[in-house]
Design a protein around this ligand. Sequence first.
Ligand SMILES: Cc1cc2nc3c(=O)[nH]c(=O)nc-3n(C[C@H](O)[C@H](O)[C@H](O)COP(=O)(O)OP(=O)(O)OC[C@H]3O[C@@H](n4cnc5c(N)ncnc54)[C@H](O)[C@@H]3O)c2cc1C
Length: 357
Amino acid sequence: MVKVLVVGAGYAGTLAANRLLKKVRGAEVTVLNPRAEFVERVRLHQRVAGSAEAARPLRSMLRDGIEVRVGEAEKVGEGSLVLAGGGTLPYDHLFLAVGSTARPLPGTVPVGTWEGAGRARAALAALPAGARVTVAGGGATGVETATEVAEQRPDLRVRLVGERIADMLSGKARARALAALGRLRVELVEDVVTGAGAAEVRLRAGGALPADLVLWAVVSGVPPLAADSGLDSGLDVDAAGRAVVDPYLRGVSDGRIFAVGDCAAVPGARFGCQTAGPQAAHAVDVLARLVAGREPKPYPLRYVGRCVSLGRADAVMQFTHLDDSLRTARLGGRTGARAKELIVRAAAFGSRKGFSG
Ligand SMILES: Cc1cc2nc3c(=O)[nH]c(=O)nc-3n(C[C@H](O)[C@H](O)[C@H](O)COP(=O)(O)OP(=O)(O)OC[C@H]3O[C@@H](n4cnc5c(N)ncnc54)[C@H](O)[C@@H]3O)c2cc1C
């Protein structure tokens, strides 16, 4: 019997747990997560705007035989996990899959966490017609949030502030995203939000703009678990607090621990379920090979594209080379929106089935 503890039940954690049961002989799998729901994080902007709930029972995502513990890990290392609030859980192997987080400026409400998105949804619902919403962050989360809010609440005045808006796309794909923002009457400001007051946002270039609600649409940083566990745990962290891993996705000095998804420092990887799923699947396969006395294979980083929703009826997908550099090929409009919805469903389906394409 091999006791495996999976910490975090997002895309990476649920996929790992389900795959462990299929692939690792004798695995006894326990999943630890702060809530009894699986949060479909890529739909949190929809939760904010009211076009989706973005959560389902965690049990419905896991195969029978996997034990679920609701709680948070405070520290891991030396074959034992310390629970916040007391108690320990032993493990032979541990999968660290605690994802990433948001670090909102005071006075702003984050979109990238379950709790923040819930607060943002309530605050948005309470705004009267004509109120001003500022979305801070010109990356994918900012563009998706601004378009979703503008589409669901055309009575509001939505503004998107980012250093260079939609910069994760290039050429015609970026132009398409900017055109969609224009069609939905989102005002674009290329600057950086440096603070928020009761009814305004302050900008790096100087000056302030009126705002009744400021949504912080930047995903950055990771939960402190790996950093708090310290070097003695067998985990080292990079400057961003992500767990440093070897080519097999194991902690650098403790082969019992694997780190996968947003919380793992894999060279060249970016935050994304397109990163989380394949890493989780690969790490499980490494463990399966080791348990069977076979040589593991190093993790091959591979990307396919970047897909950004622009409301419910439009999206832009730009294909990438395997190393994530952008290609000119793209999909847009309703075809793009259908592709995006399929990708979002496929991510949750893959996690539930323990499969990554
Ligand atoms: C609005 C939005 C849109 C996005 N759109 C896309 C997209 O289109 N495509 C894409 O590829 N990516 C997208 N992303 C990013 C994507 O959601 C993440 O990269 C992905 O969720 C990472 O998966 P993960 O399993 O590593 O982490 P997560 O999905 O974040 O799951 C981590 C889990 O660990 C739990 N956890 C945290 N700390 C602890 C602890 N101490 N103990 C126990 N459990 C803990 C968390 O509560 C959570 O359940 C989007 C993100 C946002 C916010």
